[in-house]
Write a protein that binds this ligand. Structure first.
Ligand code: DON
Length: 315
């Protein structure tokens, strides 16, 4: 077995580990800053922290505000990447690269000298191309993604927070610029407005830590979703998506995440971070105070402590 701890998962007292992490982060509530470039997110208070963990056998451990709903923002890029790969397979990689960027999530800088091919599917530029692929692959992309999220999380109540979607559209000048720039290279096939509308709605999906941890089960289970019992993607594809999360899931902090956490992870500016221990478990943390790279500050600390307390870093 590649991960010996996977066969002895009950050696870990996950309830006690989550309690210990909660005690540590409680002292630090208030640190970091909300994503104030989206008006609806700027108003969130910094007094809540939640964490949830789901084992392959379906057992859930949770602490704090693990049932508090927040908008998943860029975490949705994992799910839309899955839908795009399901729709067009490896042809996706002709339109999006799969290298870490070293730049901020909303950076435009590499796009011109790389001729409209975004560095990876997790920075905004790449996610817009992925959104375009999903739009082209079905008649109603928003419903398709919503159904996927509900099935993966087992929660039929997953829905979009229309206020957040609208709020982001009002101030989304940079995403509008990115989309037009990519379109000028012919790498968006649908109208820019349609791509952005889908993108803002995927970002504004409202879920809690338990929903999100469950939604990652297929990436912890070789493509098999323990929630619905379905084989969502092949084991090979799950491995590849996890690799993408490790190298690009936290943007220009991916190196630091590998260093301190050592798990495939994907963050969102709503304060959520999902992570996967391949073959073992999936988890999600939420704290809306962000660091200067746009990743949840205490979320990142909690994942660091989790990986060190359990020894479950992939390294
Ligand atoms: O495109 C945006 O700006 C956001 N709706 C999503 C960005 C995001 O979550 C980046 N993550 N850390």
């Amino acid at each position: 077995l590649r991960f010996p701890s996977a066969c002895d998962i009950d050696q870990h007292d996950f309830a006690a580990i989550l309690d210990a992490i909660h005690d540590e982060v409680r002292q630090r509530l208030g640190e970091g800053r909300q994503a104030d470039y989206i008006k609806a997110l700027a108003e969130v208070s910094l007094d809540g922290f939640g964490m949830a963990l789901v084992l392959r056998d379906g057992r859930v451990f949770e602490v704090g505000s693990a049932r508090h709903r927040f908008t998943i923002q860029s975490i949705s890029k994992v799910h839309t990447l899955t839908l795009a790969l399901d729709a067009v397979g490896d042809a996706l990689w002709e339109r999006v690269d799969r290298e870490p960027s070293g730049d901020a999530f909303n950076s435009l800088i590499q796009l011109e000298y790389e001729k409209g091919i975004p560095r990876n599917p997790f920075m905004n530029a790449g996610a817009l191309v992925v959104a375009d692929v999903v739009l082209s692959s079905c008649s109603d992309a928003r419903s398709r993604l919503l159904a996927f999220m509900r099935a993966r999380s087992g929660n039929p109540g997953v829905a979009c927070d229309e206020d957040v979607a609208r709020s982001e559209a009002e101030t989304g000048h940079r995403n509008l610029a990115l989309a037009h720039f990519i379109k000028s290279y012919g790498n968006l096939h649908n109208p820019v407005e349609d791509v952005l509308d889908f993108y803002y709605h995927q970002c504004a999906l409202s879920m809690d830590c338990v929903d999100l941890a469950r939604s990652m089960q297929y990436l912890a289970g070789n493509g098999h979703c323990s929630v619905s019992g379905e084989q969502v993607v092949s084991g090979e594809l799950a491995t590849r998506i996890n690799a993408m999360m490790m190298t690009a899931g936290t943007y220009d902090a991916a190196g630091d995440f590998a260093f301190y956490v050592g798990l495939p992870a994907k963050s969102g500016v709503g304060g959520g971070i999902v992570a996967v221990v391949p073959h073992v478990l999936s988890l999600c943390v939420w704290y809306p105070g962000l660091d200067d790279k746009g990743n949840s500050l205490l979320g990142r600390y909690a994942l660091h402590r989790f990986s060190r307390m359990t020894g479950l870093s992939v390294f």
